[in-house]
Ligand binder design. Structure first.
Ligand SMILES: C[S@@+](CC[C@H](N)C(=O)[O-])C[C@H]1O[C@@H](n2cnc3c(N)ncnc32)[C@H](O)[C@@H]1O
Ligand SMILES: [Zn+2]
Length: 249
């Protein structure tokens, strides 16, 4: 089954939508702080409006918050909840099978999602399929040295190619032991996953299967034939993250 962009209920006001989800997710105090800091995530939002100033976009794995212009972005997720947070997505599907026609979107944003994917190339190839030529892909990802993955080994291009060739499914368990040894046992388990069993962690895409810095992501972009437009090893308004913006030719 395929979705149609025309049927998607876009929000009229980004600002009110953002306040609404902030209130639901983090309460009145967070709204107050936001209003006092009018420029929250302004760098990342500006990146999207600079490289994708018009057209309809798709966010993959939106979770409980978004930096996208919601009046022209389809908010999607694979799961209705992630850890203790409800997703604000309005359409649900796994990133390895995106139910839209080829060349549907002017941009795709995915923030802290690709590391949760057992078969990243499969999802990236789907993203490229639904991006229109000249469309931009924005990938915000945790930098391995500045997150709970700091004790783990970086994931190579060869590894993700092998995952793709083996057609690894979304709930693959290959990296669970590494996650437990180098994240959970080191006391670095994110608090919002701590109530989940091993099985639930996998079923809800909650572990970081893979671990990167911007360097490996650039290799992946090159391998996929994408032109890199922008890279920043430290996102100024999400400092545990790096960002890569790439273009489909
Ligand atoms: C750490 S949360 C990030 C949420 C949000 N983008 C943010 O930055 O706060 C990871 C998100 O990835 C989503 N996810 C996990 N596996 C996925 C998959 N196979 N396809 C699409 N989304 C997935 C989860 O549902 C969750 O919303
Ligand atoms: Zn893997």
């Amino acid at each position: 089954m395929r979705y149609k962009i025309e049927d998607y209920p876009f929000e009229k006001s980004d600002f009110l939508h953002y306040l609404k989800i902030l209130y639901k997710d983090r309460g009145l105090k967070a709204c107050y702080q936001f209003l006092n800091r009018a420029h929250r995530r302004s760098f990342s939002r500006g990146l999207i409006s600079t490289y994708a100033p018009r057209g309809i976009g798709l966010e993959v794995g939106v979770g409980a918050r978004t930096i996208c212009p919601t009046h022209r972005t389809v908010l999607s997720d694979a799961f209705s909840a992630h850890g203790v947070h409800d997703s604000i997505a309005k359409v649900f599907f796994h990133g390895d099978e995106i139910p839209y026609e080829d060349n549907s979107f002017s941009f795709i944003v995915s923030e802290h999602v690709l590391e949760h994917i057992a078969n990243p190339l499969k999802v990236l190839k789907e993203c490229i399929r639904v991006l229109s030529p000249g469309g931009k892909l924005f990938l915000f990802l945790p930098h391995m040295e500045r997150t709970n993955d700091s004790h783990r080994k970086v994931t190579t291009l060869e590894h993700v190619i092998a995952d793709y060739e083996k057609d690894i499914p979304f709930d693959d368990a290959t990296h669970v032991d590494d996650w437990f040894k180098n994240v959970v046992k080191k006391g670095l388990m994110p608090i919002h996953y701590s109530h989940l069993t091993k099985k639930d962690l996998l079923k809800t895409g909650s572990i970081h299967h893979h671990v990167w810095t911007e360097k490996q992501l650039l290799e992946i972009m090159q391998y996929l034939g994408l032109k890199v437009c922008y890279v920043n090893a430290k996102v100024p308004d999400r400092r545990d993250s790096f960002v890569v913006v790439a273009e489909k030719s």
